[in-house]
Design a binder for this molecule. Structure first.
Ligand SMILES: [Zn+2]
Length: 93
């Protein structure tokens, strides 16, 4: 029986937080170590790690991006997007 040590902290991005076009990606090692990446559709993992193998994170039901780099990158992207949206609202408003 496999027990995963889910060390969820506030910096980790949950699958439910991801916008469309982003998903959790991980190879076997990522599943074991709980370091799944955030994959951007058509581009690759946010931290730059190549995503070549089968998405084991998906098959193993991993719901959290444990990769610190990806989580940080995603947070920054979303913060950036927030201000773009806000600027557009102001211009339209
Ligand atoms: Zn990553």
């Amino acid at each position: 029986m496999l027990y995963l040590d889910i060390r969820k902290n506030k910096d980790m991005i949950n699958e439910t937080e991801l916008k469309s076009g982003y998903f959790i990606y991980g190879n076997k090692g990522n599943v074991w170590e709980n370091t799944a990446h955030i994959y951007k559709s058509g581009q690759g993992n946010l931290c730059g790690t190549p995503a070549l193998a089968t998405n084991h994170a998906k098959f193993n039901g991993i719901k959290v991006a444990g990769c610190v780099e990806c989580s940080k990158e995603y947070s920054e992207l979303m913060e950036h997007q927030y201000w773009i949206d806000k600027k557009e609202d102001l211009m339209e408003g």
